[in-house]
Design a binder for this molecule. Structure first.
Ligand code: GP9
Ligand code: MN
Length: 618
């Protein structure tokens, strides 16, 4: 065996760079990313998966001139490390992997949130330590030429390709369903490693453009099948809201745990707690949004389809045909539709997407008097927003569908002293402490809005649908949330943090709490049901939701990463739990539902990527 000393400096440099990048990648995969490991095979896969891509990546340096190839090797190492570190920082905040689509919408979502410095940890410099050593070494060897013979290049290339082929083979056996459930980014990174994941994601970013061109009417067969097999019962509430105005309120970052909860003897949501005593209160509805956040929730309610697994449909597919709530209500009862939001009209590409969704009018920032005094964080505060909206709403022809998107209760939950109606909480995380005060403020704003509508005579003839759009406290701050609620940290009880309140208030209707599981995607079907609009068997009205009054509790509520929850089961991070007992289940109970879950998500994606509804409009 050749000793290290006899290896040429060139080979030593290449092997050392390979080992170094591989070591860093597996270290970050195990310690930085929360990839679930169930078996030795999982460990082996994580150890092996970056090897092929690293070999090929560094091999690029061989194709530069003798003078430049060492510099190229160094730069590629720097690039690989930089990419890995960016992935790590992104992961620390979002507990997710970045996608190309989300990068393109960064101007919409305002970047990474807290200062990047907050995400940097003490030992992170170790990731760059090798670069200093390589830098110094390469400088010392600057007069020595790195010669790589063509035969070696070929061997090296073959080794890289063989490793990638082995990776594909291992995955074909070990995770056969990988491509069917490609929207689970944790699974993908675990299976193919971070570098291959990025390549795959770039390729997938091109998919909608290609899919749309090749789609035709025949592709709608699957929609017809889905619609004809979809079961649905009728409830006594069918048509209960027919002819009324529909007022929808998107409650920014409102989670269900704040409902009926007191902090130091003070209710966090006193108005909503009172409202649910005279409303339908759906107390187990899950946040199904993905990277499109507020816009994903809007999309589910208006279009009845799942959001995309990466990026927002509002940004990626604004020119599609959608049979949306405004269009359905217009066709059914000549409704006028308007959306109200105090932020810039371009945010989430709303101004364009609302045209496709059939809104007649979008009242956005230019329609409001926005001053530094009446604004905080993303824009105008909720109380002046609702106050100023009243004159606009009075201008609407009736019946109308009016959507109000609140804003103040948005991360990082900032509020002026005089608007804080309850004291901050007292946990280790300021974000959680502030959250309760902005929720309380939002509750007050909604209370004032209701009383103005009563004064203006708009209350009696309207139906109100209020929903929390998505989580406010992300997984990153879950520890402090457990502290606030005095809960243990375990997957089954933490799944409840994904719940958002959904309240439907029909003046004069008797109150009822519906506590069986459902999702945001079910809101549209419930609204159509209340407005007396039948969807059964109508492919042009396809949606993946079910009316929440009759929704079967054993149906999965599907999350965008392929996880799901039913009345008795929770499927999360590749593990199946019995919700009642709070323990893992090994009898394959979740597997039976997984096919359905993947089929629904895939069909929804097909509809969006292929723009299939354009073939189904009446
Ligand atoms: C911005 C508002 C908040 O207009 O919708 O966006 P979010 O970050 O929650 O999606
Ligand atoms: Mn939001």
């Amino acid at each position: 065996m050749k000793s290290l000393r006899s290896l040429s400096k060139t080979r030593l440099a290449v092997y050392a760079a390979l080992c170094s990048l591989w070591l860093k990648t597996v270290a970050v995969s195990f310690a930085g990313f929360n990839l679930t490991v169930h078996s030795w095979m999982d460990i082996l896969v994580i150890l092996a998966n970056p090897a092929g891509s690293i070999v090929l990546l560094l091999g690029f340096s061989f194709y530069f001139s003798k003078e430049l190839n060492r510099l190229a090797l160094f730069l590629i190492l720097l690039l690989g490390t930089g990419l890995l570190y960016a992935d790590l920082l992104y992961y620390r905040f979002y507990i997710d992997f970045v996608t190309v689509s989300v990068l393109f919408q960064f101007h919409n979502v305002g970047g990474i949130g807290p200062s990047t410095f907050e995400l940097i940890k003490r030992w992170d410099w170790l990731m760059f330590a090798d670069l200093f050593i390589f830098g110094a070494l390469f400088y010392k060897w600057r007069n020595i030429r790195m010669v790589i013979r063509p035969k070696r290049k070929k061997q090296y290339l073959t080794a890289g390709i063989a490793m990638l082929a082995a990776l594909v083979a291992i995955n074909a056996v070990h995770s056969a369903n990988l491509l069917k459930s490609q929207f689970n980014r944790h699974q993908l990174v675990k299976a193919v490693g971070p570098y291959n994941y990025h390549l795959y994601d770039i390729a997938m970013g091109l998919r909608p453009t290609i899919d749309r061109v090749f789609a035709d009417k025949k592709d709608t067969v699957e929609i017809e099948n889905y619609v004809s097999h979809k079961k649905g019962k009728e409830s006594p509430y069918f048509g209960a809201a027919e002819g009324k105005n529909l007022i929808l309120i998107s409650m920014e970052s409102m989670q269900n745990f704040v409902m009926n909860r007191e902090l130091d003897g003070q209710e966090i949501t006193p108005f909503l707690n009172g409202l649910i005593k005279e409303s339908f209160y759906f107390s187990q509805i899950y946040d199904q949004t993905a990277q499109g956040k507020t816009s994903d929730a809007e999309f589910m309610i208006d279009a009845g389809l799942y959001p995309l697994s990466s990026g927002s449909v509002f940004v990626r597919r604004p020119d599609n045909t959608f049979n949306s709530l405004p269009k359905i209500l217009e066709a059914h009862g000549n409704y006028y539709s308007a959306s109200f939001h105090g932020n810039d009209p371009e945010f989430w590409n709303r101004q364009n997407m609302y045209q496709s969704l059939g809104y007649d009018r979008f009242y956005s920032k230019p329609d409001y008097e926005v001053t530094p005094e009446n604004s905080i964080n993303y824009g105008i505060k909720d109380i002046p927003f609702f106050e100023q909206s009243i004159s606009h709403i009075m201008d609407l022809p009736q019946p109308f569908y009016a959507k109000f998107i609140t804003l103040t209760n948005h991360f990082p939950f900032l509020l002026n002293e005089e608007d804080q109606l309850i004291p901050q909480a007292n946990t280790e995380q300021e974000v959680v402490n502030r959250y309760v005060t902005t929720v309380r403020y939002q509750d007050e704003a909604i209370k004032k809005f209701f009383s103005s509508l009563k004064k203006k005579g708009l209350y009696e003839n309207s139906v109100f649908v209020l929903y929390g759009d998505h989580y406010g406290i992300s997984e990153k701050y879950q520890g402090a949330l457990n502290e606030l609620l005095d809960k243990d940290s375990d997957p089954v009880s933490e799944a409840a943090y994904k719940q958002v309140p959904v309240i439907i208030h029909i003046p004069g209707q008797k109150a009822r709490e519906i506590s069986s599981p459902g999702g945001e995607i079910d809101i549209r079907e419930t609204i159509l049901h209340l407005f007396g609009i039948k969807t059964k068997g109508k492919s042009q009205l396809v949606s993946f939701g079910h009316d929440l009054f009759t929704r079967d509790k054993s149906l999965p509520v599907i999350f965008r990463d392929g996880d799901f929850v039913t009345d008795s089961l929770l499927y999360k991070d590749d593990v199946c739990y019995d919700r009642k007992a709070g323990i893992e289940r090994q009898d394959g109970a979740c597997e039976r539902l997984q096919t359905r879950v993947n089929d629904e998500l895939n069909l929804s994606d097909e509809i969006i990527f292929r723009d299939l509804l354009r073939f189904l409009t009446k």
